[in-house]
Design a protein around this ligand. Structure first.
Ligand SMILES: C[S@@+](CC[C@H](N)C(=O)[O-])C[C@H]1O[C@@H](n2cnc3c(N)ncnc32)[C@H](O)[C@@H]1O
Length: 488
């Protein structure tokens, strides 16, 4: 049977594959179905066909899988944030565990590895310490919204129609929420999100209502007009600190002062209110400059016994409780001694290095982003840590070309690497392999690039002693791993 766009097929879902998409087969051809899970029998509509596979959207669940559950969030399926809310949490964990094993086998060529049972998250909702909402004058409408507005573009809404979620342009509209996948011009208007905290929802709704009440529009990239761009809320999960950071197109102290008074009245837990102002076209929620309207522009949080200072734009692991587990595992795997010199590569704001600093002689942290290095130094100072140094630079260059720094900090006993999703640069992996350090701890947020890099390190004589998957992001397909490598 040849599959064509718009075909509606009935299939049984076999497994969960790449990026959490479910896999079915029609006459041997793989069909990825969004929104289904293994064991479901579904009707799905084909929207993309390639030589070796097709992609389809769920139309109807004919027979639900035993692992299917009801998604808690009413925006599920449109928002794109929590792709697995319809899967029971223990099953999500099984999928993630399997995904790690599959990537290491299929990409890395490793079999029979010691992959420990995944460490799940105690909290599966309200676990994030940071959420970034967007504003727009163009609201993406869900089917429910469309029902409430019966005559949008004269369309009658049919359930599960791919086009059912339409759009409405209205100069008075302030949509506040998340961009739906692949639609960067429109924002899904969200009133409740279960990822951060009840307070974060209240803050979001208050800011939106303030704009509507005072006739202050959302930023429009086409006209380069309007005011509200993003709302970033950060919370110290272990300290109770709350930061509200409003990113705006204009600098309007009068508006910000009024908004700050209203927010503080309604949410006494807020400890700082900031305004990042930017005229840039880019959608990144960072200002060209920043103004503080309440508090000191910072929040604090703790990881283990260490305290971290977090500014509006600095990196901090988004699931505090799981980050503590991840770092404890990293520390334990490293088997540290008080005589050890440790390199903490891709160190961000220095949190791993600081976390382990009391168990070693010295730590050297390396990171590309200058502002993160400044934060890392501040965090070390805040914790009275004197045995840690931070260097800013591209790791590939610092390992292969600009190597003068190594003379000062030669021969580490342990190297910890925690690269971004793209993994390490091949030249950096090559150099890491040549250094012949007895223990390498690889912390990874992407099993595919992890498998690729481990394959290279294996060729240099490294053996994989154990792998610990850790779930930092329930309801998503993302998975973090800590790997212990020893020189064979
Ligand atoms: C996954 S984060 C790790 C952060 C940190 N270890 C932590 O747990 O908070 C990866 C870090 O690698 C940094 N990075 C990306 N490319 C880099 C490069 N070529 N050289 C050095 N650092 C880089 C990023 O800026 C980011 O801070």
């Amino acid at each position: 049977m040849e599959l064509k766009k718009e075909d509606i097929i009935e299939v049984t879902i076999e497994s969960t594959g790449f990026e959490g998409k479910s896999v079915a087969r029609v006459d041997g051809m793989v069909v990825f179905v969004e929104g289904a899970i293994a064991g479901d029998v579904v009707k799905a509509k084909i929207y993309k066909t390639k030589k070796k596979y097709a992609e389809a959207k769920l139309v109807e669940v004919v027979t639900p899988s035993a692992q299917r559950t009801t998604a808690r969030c009413s925006y599920f399926g449109v928002c794109g944030g929590c792709k697995w809310q319809h899967v029971e949490y223990p099953t999500q964990l099984q999928y993630k565990q399997q995904h790690v094993a599959d990537a290491l086998e299929h990409i890395g060529g490793f079999k029979g590895l010691n992959i420990l049972p995944i460490v799940g998250s105690d909290e599966v909702f309200y676990y994030r310490n940071k959420l970034e909402f967007s504003f727009s004058d163009k609201r993406w409408l869900t089917e429910k919204d469309m029902d409430a507005i019966p005559n949008v573009e004269g369309k009658i809404v049919s359930p599960n129609d791919e086009d059912a979620a339409g759009q409405q342009q209205n100069p008075m509209t302030i949509a506040a929420g998340f961009h739906v996948p692949q639609r960067w011009d429109k924002v899904l208007d969200v009133h409740e999100c279960f990822l951060m905290s009840e307070a974060s929802n209240g803050i979001l709704n208050t800011v939106r209502a303030f704009g509507v009440k005072n006739n202050i529009p959302a930023y429009s990239p086409e006209g380069e007009t309007g005011y509200f761009r993003n709302l970033v809320i950060r919370e110290g999960k272990n300290t109770g600190d709350v930061m509200v950071n409003l990113v705006t197109f204009e600098d309007s102290p009068e508006v910000m002062e009024r908004l700050a008074v209203e927010l503080r009245e309604k949410f006494p837990a807020i400890t700082t209110i900031i305004n990042n102002v930017t005229k840039r076209k880019s959608q990144v929620a960072v200002g060209e400059y920043e103004k503080i309207y309440f508090g000191d522009g910072l929040i604090h949080d703790t990881l283990g016994t260490h305290r971290f200072q977090i500014s509006a734009n600095s990196f901090f692991q988004t699931n505090t409780k799981q980050a503590e587990k991840l770092y404890s595992i990293t520390k334990e795997f490293a088997g540290l001694k008080l005589t050890d010199l440790v390199y903490d590569l891709y160190c961000g704001t220095g949190s791993i290095g600081i976390f382990i600093s009391d168990s070693v002689k010295q730590v050297v942290g390396i990171e590309l982003v200058e502002s993160s290095i400044m934060n890392a130094r501040k965090n070390a100072e805040l914790n009275n840590i004197s045995n840690i140094e931070f260097l800013a630079g591209d790791l590939k260059e610092l390992l292969t070309k600009d190597v003068a720094w190594k003379e000062q900090y030669a021969n580490p006993n342990v190297i910890i690497v925690d690269p971004p999703r793209s993994g390490m640069h091949p030249k950096a992996v090559e150099e890491l392999g040549r250094m012949k350090v007895p223990t390498i701890i690889y912390v990874s947020c992407n099993p595919a690039t992890l498998a690729r890099d481990l394959q290279m390190l294996a060729k240099d004589g490294y053996q994989i002693e154990k792998i610990q998957p850790v779930d930092m992001f329930p309801h998503t397909y993302h998975i973090e791993c800590v790997v212990k490598l020893v020189l064979g």
